[in-house]
Write a protein that binds this ligand. Structure first.
Ligand SMILES: CC(C)(COP(=O)(O)OP(=O)(O)OC[C@H]1O[C@@H](n2cnc3c(N)ncnc32)[C@H](O)[C@@H]1OP(=O)(O)O)[C@@H](O)C(=O)NCCC(=O)NCCS
Length: 148
């Protein structure tokens, strides 16, 4: 007997009805930090024509996401996440490929992602996709009145 085929994964733009599942996914993937309000990040992404939020859905389960944006100079990827039950099936790669297509369509010459120091696991993933370490150090300054 043939093994049952892998359920089909669909990729589409974020819909408001995804909100709760998406924030839960980010929480489960340890992408949330107290100083970043995910609802605010989603709102800003949707309001900005230079950014987009895409999700992966398998049998009506939201199982992946990627947020992409172009700052007029470089392309950035945020909130790349795949539900742990759906990993190692190529969903993360497909989400990154979609981000690359989106960047290329806007003539963005380089795509970049920020990796937290303690997120060692994801380095292997980016390496498989031919992403290389940049010779940079991130510096930052909070402009909001209440600094965390
Ligand atoms: C990183 C993440 C999105 C990968 O999703 P995924 O769907 O499992 O990835 P894929 O199945 O598409 O893997 C693509 C390739 O990377 C490899 N890979 C995936 N995870 C890897 C890991 N942790 N270490 C090394 N290689 C890895 C796969 O083997 C595959 O290689 P191949 O296509 O050459 O066989 C997922 O592990 C995740 O959500 N992690 C937690 C959230 C996170 O850290 N996000 C990134 C923030 S910067």
């Amino acid at each position: 007997m043939n093994p049952s085929p892998e359920p089909r994964v669909e990729f589409r733009a974020y819909l408001p009805s995804d909100h709760e599942s998406l924030v839960q996914l980010w929480h489960d993937c340890d992408l949330l930090r107290p100083w970043n309000d995910p609802g605010d990040d989603i709102r800003q992404c949707l309001e900005n024509p230079s950014s987009q939020l895409r999700v992966a859905v398998c049998r009506q389960v939201l199982c992946g996401s990627v947020m992409m944006g172009c700052d007029g100079h470089r392309g950035w990827v945020y909130y790349l996440a795949v539900d742990s039950r759906y990993r190692h099936r190529g969903i993360g790669r497909a989400l990154m490929e979609q981000a690359e297509v989106w960047m290329r369509a806007r003539d963005v010459p380089k795509i970049q992602a920020l990796i937290r120091h303690d997120n060692l696991a994801v380095r292997g993933f980016y390496g498989r996709l031919n992403y290389r370490d940049g010779d940079v150090q991130l510096v930052q300054k909070w402009l909001a009145e209440e600094t965390p």
